[in-house]
Design a protein around this ligand. Structure first.
Ligand code: PLP
Length: 792
């Protein structure tokens, strides 16, 4: 293809691909035209990568995940292809602003939060490292809901990202696989044969995931459910239009929505169908590829490393055994061994309500052959470990965590603390039986998106100081260390942060009508709203601070803006109460002329990847305040530290490892440890005791329960306060005093630029280890046995 440059290529796509006259083109039209022009530049590298992997007969990594929270793709592609300058110039020549065009793209919100974002960071790192890989998931018609607020309450609207042209995907007409549900298993000549009652087609759509400098690209293959046959022409011709369309509607239900809840099981049957749908389609695809390249089935583990991101694809164990044993005649024991050689499983949570279990009845109804195979797998495990007590089916339920564990050759936790707790709690017995199976792979984030692209000012400063090598070798940030006491460097570092904050303040004023002081401390908590993440601890401290400022308005307060963002699962009533309370507090506090020079509260709607990219580079303080033992790792914590926002946090998840690296003086630690949490919960009346011991906490709770923030409905937070004083499972009250004190240490440090900026800069210089490149290298070495084909 001759390179005529973007200047020609963008209008050409606009006219010939979209059929749009440049004179009438909207911003969206131009954005799609630009996306197609950029896409042209990556397709060659993408096809070449696939060809190289085939020719090398390389082992592929297959990452199976119910969620891929990839966000916007245009900017990512421009950055990784290093086309920033060219695109800017071409758009300027067309009279367009690159920032506006890029911001026009809707986020692909195919995930709830951290788990889905991790999958997206992994896809980017796999491509950057040149590892042949596929991501496999579901092409949800409606991603995570769009959040807005009405009178402070969360309102959910359907996300319809696919109603626009999605420029990044390729529908693979030749990759259409048939899948069954239900029916029965019959004995045919001594062989069990599954006759499904219902069938759907899984249609593949591929989105290229391009690595740094465009050298390698892998496919994210998402499955869309379609009916076996188009529609029923007979019925249609008889005038029965609704019935004619029925099979289509039923099939499509499977890929219609992403369940907006990552911690509790709901919509049971449909959810299990979704899990089987994408897992079975992916395994068929993997075997098809393996068989096309030739080789004995027993060698499958040499060619395919299949990672299960949480238990959602845990049905992969029995399904792969079924494909090998029932459909290809491999002996059962060998099929189990072979499947285990391929499979590995990442555990993401120790919350008991989030460990998936399916009733035996449902499993038998939907996947009768799999239910039999689960029992055979369990029996084989019992034969191998006669003293085993954990069964895969207990009290009429199939335990998906245990199933994933038993069928995996490696099981990993996502931070050192979490992996240790896994061994002591959920998988205690399985760990004793298989002491080499559990490994740790601490999460990471991709530095291309979370530093290079999101924070161009800081990136330029870093590259100007140590060169650009850090972008794909993030631990080189430690080369900044000699600069950390240099006044000129620290000035420049502070200057980049100040400019980012001024941008954010301008955007908040323009988009949300909120005025904030760019010199104030930007204190940011953005993540899913969940009791264990304790946004309510933060808002109670905010209330107490407001009361204290009112009592001493002339004290030298450090101005603060408390920024929140995050979605609550639609059925999670208490989380929604937290959102409403934060919004109600914001309304009262922001209108208080006595205090609002010092304190503002902002809750931004519709948290997603793009909002995170906007907020994190402009943050001063990272709120990571979960009840110790509950946050498996966190990745938000890493993004903030890298961008120079020190953490106020508990000893939980990867906070522990962040603190180890940045140094205890550069981390605002507070709160109970995991062991102390367990001990504290056993104290009767722990919450009331904590409230009695801290006047500030008592005062804040009193204001909430008396309706200070809900003047039109004074008693609406009685239940909320009752929960905290009576129950308080997540120990908000017991950690309050320590949190308050830590916040005052933050104030003191922020008030001293000579203290604050070296601390912030140390967070950047010392968190290079949290690159997802490092995490992926860990998986490659410890779990997958995969290698890089990067030509470089
Ligand atoms: C990083 C990220 C998360 C994960 O945040 P945690 O603080 O680790 O829970 C969730 N959502 C989005 C959009 C993210 O970018």
């Amino acid at each position: 293809m001759t390179d005529t440059g973007f200047r020609d290529s963008i209008p050409r796509h606009l006219i010939y691909a979209l059929g749009t006259d440049p004179q009438n083109a909207t911003l969206g039209d131009w954005r799609i035209a630009l996306s197609l022009a950029v896409r042209d530049r990556l397709v060659d590298a993408w096809l070449a990568s696939a060809r190289a992997a085939r020719q090398a007969g390389a082992k592929r990594v297959y990452y199976l995940s119910m969620e891929f929270l990839i966000g916007r793709l245009l900017e990512d592609a421009i950055i990784n292809l290093r086309l920033e300058e060219e695109v800017r110039a071409a758009l300027a020549a067309l009279g367009l602003s690159a920032d506006e065009v890029i911001a026009d793209e809707p986020d692909a919100a195919l995930g709830n939060g951290g788990l889905g974002r991790l999958a997206a960071c992994f896809m980017e790192s796999l491509a950057t490292l040149g590892v042949p890989a596929f991501g496999y998931g579901i092409r949800y018609e409606h991603g995570l809901f769009r959040q807005s607020f009405v009178e402070g309450r969360q309102v959910e609207e359907p996300e319809d990202w696919l109603t626009q042209v999605h420029a990044w995907e390729f529908r693979r007409r030749d990759v259409r696989l048939r899948l069954c549900f239900g029916g029965e298993v019959v004995d045919e000549g001594g062989k069990p044969v599954w006759h499904g009652a219902e069938a759907v087609m899984a249609q593949a759509y591929d989105t290229p995931m391009i690595g740094w400098q465009g050298k390698w690209a892998n496919a994210l293959r998402l499955w869309s459910a379609e009916p076996l046959h188009g529609f029923d022409l007979d019925r249609f011709n008889r005038g029965d239009y609704a019935a004619a369309a029925e099979p289509e509607a039923l099939a499509r239900t499977i890929s219609r929505v992403l369940y907006p809840d990552d911690t509790t099981e709901r919509g049971k049957e449909l959810r299990l169908k979704q899990e089987y749908f994408f897992t079975a389609a992916s395994l068929q695809d993997i075997l098809r590829r393996f068989e096309a390249e030739g080789g004995a089935l027993a060698d499958l583990p040499k060619k395919a490393a299949i990672q299960l991101n949480d238990t959602h694809p845990a049905i992969a164990g029995p399904e792969l055994v079924r494909l090998l044993h029932d459909e290809r005649g491999m002996a059962l024991d060998q099929a189990i061994e072979t499947a285990r050689g391929c499979l590995s499983y990442t555990n993401h949570t120790l919350l008991p309500e989030a460990l998936e279990r399916w009733s035996e009845d449902l499993m038998t109804r939907l996947l009768p052959r799999h239910m039999q195979l689960i029992e055979r797998i369990d029996a084989a495990h019992a034969a191998e470990k006669p003293d085993r007590k954990v069964a895969l089916v207990q009290e009429g339920e199939v335990r998906m965590g245990e199933l994933a564990f038993v069928m995996a050759h490696k099981v990993n936790g996502v931070s050192a603390l979490h992996t240790g707790l896994m061994k002591q709690t959920v998988f205690e017995e399985l760990h004793r039986l298989h002491p080499d199976r559990i490994v740790n792979e601490t999460n990471g984030v991709t530095p291309r998106r979370w530093l290079f692209s999101a924070n161009p000012r800081l990136s330029r400063l870093i590259s100007g100081t140590i060169g650009e090598g850090w972008v794909c070798d993030l631990e080189r940030l430690c080369e900044l260390e000699p600069q950390l006491d240099d006044a000129a460097f620290l000035d420049a570092y502070a200057g980049a942060k100040r400019a980012n904050k001024a941008d954010l303040a301008g955007w908040l004023a323009a988009e949300h009508g909120v005025q904030i002081d760019p010199e104030a401390l930007f204190d940011v908590q953005i993540k899913r709203i969940h009791e264990y993440k304790r946004q309510h601890l933060n808002i109670l401290e905010t209330i107490a601070l407001w009361q204290e400022i009112k009592a001493n308005p002339n004290a030298p307060w450090v101005p603060r803006v408390k920024i929140f963002a995050g979605k609550a699962a639609p059925g999670y009533v208490f989380a929604k109460e937290i959102i409403r309370l934060i919004n109600d507090v914001a309304a009262v506090v922001n209108a208080d002329l006595e205090t609002n020079r010092f304190l503002k509260v902002v809750f931004l709607p519709n948290y997603n990847v793009s909002l995170a990219e906007r907020l994190i580079p402009a943050s001063d303080l990272s709120e990571q305040i979960s009840t110790a033992g509950k946050e498996a790792s966190g990745t938000g914590n890493m993004k903030f530290a890298l961008n120079g926002a020190p953490t106020i946090g508990t000893l939980d998840g990867a906070n522990v490892e962040i603190r180890d690296r940045v140094g205890e003086k550069n981390f605002f630690l507070f709160g109970m440890t995991t062991d102390e949490v367990v001990a504290r919960r056993a104290v009767p009346d722990h919450a009331r005791q904590a409230i009695a011991a801290d006047k500030r906490l008592g005062g804040a709770l009193k204001a909430v329960s008396q309706g200070v923030f809900s003047p039109r409905d004074r008693h609406c937070y009685r239940g909320f306060v009752g929960n905290l004083t009576g129950h308080d499972y997540f120990l908000v009250c017991s950690d309050f005093t320590a949190y308050w004190d830590a916040q005052r240490r933050v104030d003191a440090a922020f008030a001293e630029p000579a203290v604050w900026w070296p601390m912030a800069a140390r967070n950047t210089a010392r968190t290079g280890w949290f690159s997802s490149d490092r995490t992926i290298r860990g998986y490659m070495a410890d779990i997958w046995g995969a290698s890089s084909l990067d030509p470089a």
